[in-house]
Design a protein around this ligand. Structure first.
Ligand SMILES: Cc1cc2nc3c(=O)[nH]c(=O)nc-3n(C[C@H](O)[C@H](O)[C@H](O)COP(=O)(O)OP(=O)(O)OC[C@H]3O[C@@H](n4cnc5c(N)ncnc54)[C@H](O)[C@@H]3O)c2cc1C
Length: 557
């Protein structure tokens, strides 16, 4: 020790880095194998290794510490509406792009592609979340663009490209593109029908024709993307339509999408979100006039899956960071992770994290196999349901994981602080919690055959599990309430639906101790309390086995 040091630093625990995020996650590996995604395992292992390094964690910290800055004008006063990012942002965007994850579900027909994509997204989200916003929107726009022949011809290659190209230039000269979506206006976000932005045809109008857009968007993320899909009203009497609004016009001039300012956000700080005005911006009609909302909702069905996977990723990082810390930090003579009460907290986190991941991966399979009616039912009903529940659980559990690190969790240099600021956004954007619950009820009412198929499937999986069967009966009762009550109780009903589905998934895909503990603490008489860890599972549960599964203590790199 140097003479000027007053003390030696000991019993301080570094964040868990230099871990292969896939090797450390047996449950995720099994989900990939189950889905037939073996062909992608070597690539995903490589990416998980890269993501887990201290270097990538540092990139994530830097990208969020030094957020984007708007440059409205160049040095001589010309409008450029540029956004400057830290180099770490570009490095993270390039990493994701290089994996081919932007187009993976759509650029091949191999079985398991959706699961491989979901795993890549989930792994990336364990380290950095802001970059997932443009990644999500770009991928989710692909199915819509494929229906527009002329646009698709120009866009397929740059959308499928693995080369990152951050240049602010017309698409024709770019190697690859990023896309965004613009729906939310000042007077209404959930109620997209309230949109007032007006589109006027330049000529005769119609699908594929050019329009001029005038109005605004109150939230417009990734504003310097190569294009956005924008909802606008066509004429005073017309309905809403969806438009392709590129950053550059076909004549090579910058499109009139003026960035007013960047949002000063509580989290999601690496990513730029803005307010914009369309000053007769150039746009191309996608789909039919009057069908804009169903068109953009098709995109949202995928972005909602991304919210589930993103929140599952937050839950995973929160859980493993807490677990790793608790195994090393000594209190009152033994590691935190051996203190009985802390074990209840860690157990609860581990159960929630695995249940979220299993749900996200199951939904990814449902997206891949949606031609089958049962898979379509899972996709249509459980995607919004899981978006509601998993995103909410991520907020509560991340706060609890932060507390596992004590004061160290609360300081900005801790990854937990960043995760906790990040977590709520997944619950708000792409349809907030209540909107998701109402969507579940709407889907079940509109497609009773799909609802019946889903409930039958859950019934089948609940056999020989009395608590689960009872929970299903309760759920069926809830679904029989009169419509006005159903709406008021929608959060309760959807929570029950997701818990039942997660319990079924764990029964099928996790060791019995995991499924039993989940059912006992979520659906049983010892059902979890108001806070994480307020559970009575200590006697019956093999906590050690569950925590080992969450983060094996063997060498992980
Ligand atoms: C960081 C960030 C980035 C974003 N980026 C984009 C973007 O790129 N493009 C884009 O279009 N939007 C974007 N959004 C906007 C986001 O999608 C909206 O904020 C969201 O859809 C909610 O709309 P709103 O803010 O207008 O709230 P409102 O629609 O006013 O809703 C307020 C609350 O009321 C609830 N509510 C609404 N209707 C009902 C009802 N019938 N019954 C019960 N409760 C109800 C909602 O669930 C919500 O909790 C972004 C938001 C954030 C925070």
């Amino acid at each position: 020790m140097n003479p000027w040091d007053t003390h030696e630093v000991h019993n301080q625990v570094d964040e868990l880095t230099d871990v292969n995020l896939l090797s450390a996650d047996p449950a995720l590996r099994a989900a990939l194998e189950r889905a037939g995604a073996q062909a992608w395992l070597p690539q995903l292992h490589g990416y998980a290794q890269q993501l887990g390094t201290r270097h990538t964690w540092e990139l994530a910290r830097l990208a969020n510490q030094h957020g984007p800055a708007l440059q409205r004008f160049d040095a001589r006063g010309r409008v450029i509406d540029a956004v400057e990012f830290h180099p770490a942002w570009h490095a993270l965007m390039a990493m994701y792009r290089a994996q081919g994850l932007i187009s993976l579900p759509f650029d091949n027909v191999q079985p398991g592609r959706w699961s491989a994509w979901a795993a890549g997204f989930y792994l990336h989200g364990q380290v950095e979340q802001g970059t997932l916003c443009p990644a999500t929107m770009t991928t989710a726009a692909i199915p819509l663009l494929r229906k527009e022949a002329a646009l698709w011809q120009a866009l397929q290659a740059p959308l499928f490209s693995h080369a990152y190209d951050a240049a602010d230039a017309p698409i024709a000269v770019k190697k690859s593109v990023w896309l965004g979506m613009g729906m939310t206006e000042k007077q209404g976000g959930s109620d997209v029908r309230a949109n007032t932005t007006m589109a006027t045809p330049i000529g005769a109008g119609g699908r594929g024709a050019a329009y001029l857009l005038r109005g605004h968007k109150w939230f417009f993320s990734a504003p310097t993307s190569d294009a956005h899909l924008v909802v606008a009203r066509v004429g005073e009497e017309g309905g809403h339509a969806c438009f392709w609004v590129p950053r550059w016009r076909p004549d090579g001039t910058r499109n009139a999408v003026r960035i007013q300012r960047l949002k000063d956000k509580m989290g999601n700080r690496s990513n730029a979100s803005s307010e914009v005005e369309f000053e007769d911006a150039y746009g191309v009609l996608m789909g039919e006039e009057g069908r804009g909302i169903p068109t953009i909702i098709e995109m949202a069905s995928m972005t909602r899956l991304n919210c589930v996977l993103g929140s599952a990723a937050i839950l995973r990082t929160a859980t493993v960071q807490a677990l790793s810390y608790a195994r090393q930090r000594q209190v009152f003579g033994k590691p935190l992770a051996q203190q009985p009460l802390m074990r209840s907290v860690l157990l609860d986190l581990a159960l929630e994290s695995e249940a979220a991941m299993q749900m996200g991966m199951r939904l990814a399979q449902a997206f891949e196999l949606e031609s089958d009616p049962l898979q379509r039912a899972w996709k249509r009903i459980l995607t919004p349901a899981a978006k509601f529940w998993v995103c909410k659980r991520a907020v509560a559990c991340t706060a609890e994981a932060m507390e596992v690190l004590g004061g160290n969790g609360y300081v900005e240099s801790s990854v937990l602080a960043r995760l906790l600021r990040e977590a709520p956004v997944n619950s708000i954007w792409e349809g907030s919690g209540n909107i998701m619950c109402l969507d579940v009820l709407r889907a079940m009412a509109k497609e009773p055959e799909a609802a019946a198929l889903l409930l039958q499937d859950l019934q089948q999986q609940a056999l020989q599990a009395p608590l689960l069967q009872k929970a299903l009966q309760d759920l069926t009762q809830m679904l029989r309430q009169p419509p006005a009550l159903q709406e008021a109780h929608a959060r309760h009903t959807v929570q029950q639906l997701v818990l039942v589905a997660q319990a079924c998934l764990l029964r099928s895909h996790a060791p019995q101790e995991v499924a039993d503990a989940f059912i006992a603490t979520r659906l049983g008489t010892s059902a979890s309390g108001w806070v994480v860890g307020a559970i009575a599972a200590a006697q019956q549960t093999d906590i050690q086995a569950i925590l080992e599964r969450a983060l094996p203590t063997v060498k992980r790199t």
